[in-house]
Design a protein around this ligand. Sequence first.
Ligand code: SAM
Length: 293
Amino acid sequence: MDEKPDVTSPRELNALFQKYGLQPRRHMGQNFLIDANIVRKIVNAAEIKTGDAVIEVGPGAGALTLSMARKRARLLVIEIDRGLTRLLGDLLEPWPQVTILEQDALHVSWDKQVEQIKPGQGNIKLISNLPYKISGPFMYNLFKAKFPFSMAVLMFQKEVARRLVAGPGDPDYSTMSVLCRYYCEGKILFDVSKNVFFPRPKVGSAVLKLVPRRKDLTGKEEKLLWEIVQGAFQQRRKTILNSMDRLFDISRNRLTELLEKVPLSPAARPEELSVGEFAKLTRITYNYLNKAN
Ligand code: SAM
C-alpha cells in the first residue's frame, strides 16, 4: 500500500489544504467527499478495472482519483483549480498512468480528450462528482459530442439527477430529460447525504449511471431534434401543433398531417411525448422539409 494521505479523512484533508495554502472555494462548487464508503460505492458502480481508460472531471483533492489510480486505471483528470492541480500532481506522482489537465471542463473538446486517452476504438468511462453550477451546460456538451463513453457514473444535485431521468408525465420532464433519454439510458443508483462532504453543501446529491443508447437519427436530423425539443419545452403549456407552428414555416394543415403520421394528436403537450415520438416527429419533419425544398 502506498503512503499517500487519506483524503477522505477530514483531519488529513485539512492538513493537506494547510500545506498547500488552500481553502474550499464555493464559487467553484468545491465540496469534497469525506466518506470512504461512498467513494467505494461510486468507483464500484463504474466497475473500474486495471487498464480501464477513465476521464474524471473535477478530481478536487483526489478522493475518487486515488481510489481509481490504485486500481491501475488509466486516468485523464480535468480540474480547473490551479491550487488543486498542484496538490494532485504530488499526490498522484506514483501513478504515471494518470494525466492531469488544468482546464475548464466546459471548454474541453470531448473528441480530442477521448482520442488522447484511448486512440482508436475503445471503452472510455466518465466519472465525476460534478460541481452543481456547471451540471446543465456540462451535460449538454456531452450530448452535443454524442456521449462518447461506454458508461458514466456521475454525482449531481438530487434535482438535476431526477430531471435527467424524468419521463413523460413527470413534472421534472424537460429538454434535458428528452436529450438524456435520446443519448443514454440513465438510472439513479443511490442518494448521497449532505453530511459526507466538506464543506457541507445546502442540497442533497444522487449518483446516476448512464450508458449510451443506439442513436436512430442522422447528424442533421439530430440537430433538428434539439430545435424541436427546445422549442417545445420553451412553452411547455402550448400544444405540440402550436410549438411546431412557431418553429417552422409550414402550414397548420400540413403540420397536422405530419403529426398524425407519428401518430400524435395535434393537441398533445410536449410533456406527454416520449423520446421515441420526438425522434419520429423529427424524422418526418426533416423528410418533409427536404422534399419540399
Ligand atoms: N471529486 C472531488 C471529490 O469528490 O471530493 C471534488 C468534487 S467538487 C464537488 C467539484 C470539483 O470540480 C472541484 O475540485 C472544483 O474545483 C472542480 N471544478 C469546478 N468547476 C470546474 C470546471 N468548470 N472544470 C473542471 N473542474 C471544475
